[in-house]
Design a binder for this molecule. Sequence first.
Ligand SMILES: [Zn+2]
Length: 352
Amino acid sequence: MGYAKYFEDNQEIMLSRTEHKRNFNVSHVPVQHFVCPYCNLVEYSQEKLFEHIKNEHNITHPVIVVNGKVVNEAECSVAQIESLNIFTYGFADIIFLDDGVYSPTASESIDLTVKAKKLLDINGSFEISVGEKNLCIKKYSVKEVRDERITPIIREWEKAIVEGIMITMNLPSDLNEIEKEYLKGFYNYFLACISDGDDKKQRYYEAYTILQEFNPINSLGICVLKVIAFKFNWINSLLHLCEMAHDEFNAVCSFYMDGYKGKLDAIIIDYQNSLYIEDSIREHVDAISNFMFGNYVDVESYLSEINLEEVVDRNFKDRLLVLLRETSYASNNFRRARQYNDRILSPELIRK
Ligand SMILES: [Zn+2]
């Protein structure tokens, strides 16, 4: 079974943050990515995503996307508005918001993030009407997530998952709404870990969407976000998260930023805590760490056990290709390194 290690203490996070800068010299510009709310495909502009949804998914009504998630219910509660986009797809001419009427004439989608943020902050809730659709968005009334209430529940779930026992969302009644929502992120995460079915990707994505809303969140939450960003090759998000908390994923970041040139000499992480992660992710993170610390024999034995051509998961395959590419670079086999690079599809993993 696999665990991801992370820091618990905020002070240590702060300390490690400075240490992180000293050791890794992070200098990247975060790239915004837009995830299809239906199939999780990543596009690099709102327009491209819009085109994708229109062409690939059979839409017959306006779609409201709150914080990257399609909302089909008449009501939804959020900690804050990260984004609010409405896709009318020609099924509505105007959008009613509490503070006015908006017309998506320029394109068939409209970004109302700024307006929505303001309305939610001032009024605590607001309504949207678009075509036949009405949606009420509410802000959580209680903002605090109490660690001492939350962490034991997460640990209980984790233990159950390790022991093969099914977990449920039967939560103590004294938790507030935001704590329940926060836990829903972990619930989806653990179910994603053990799922072999079609819901796996969706559960991971759900966990990411929920936990991303809590900002700043505790180390466990950041760790979950890192695991998921890693799994889907959202490398820029991973880099950003690694600036927030320092742990073994920093070796992974160094790997994706500098490749074999970013080789580390010493372990500067004091492993104190851990979170359950899927074996396949655990092994891959270990392989990258081994690579970064120069334990090439371990990396080779990891790679030798996988038949690249049989790997179905495209994200996983791309990560393997990166590892093969950097291994080739490290052994001065530049031609082979380029061949591996040419086969990578994830934009954030291709070496230009
Ligand atoms: Zn899609």
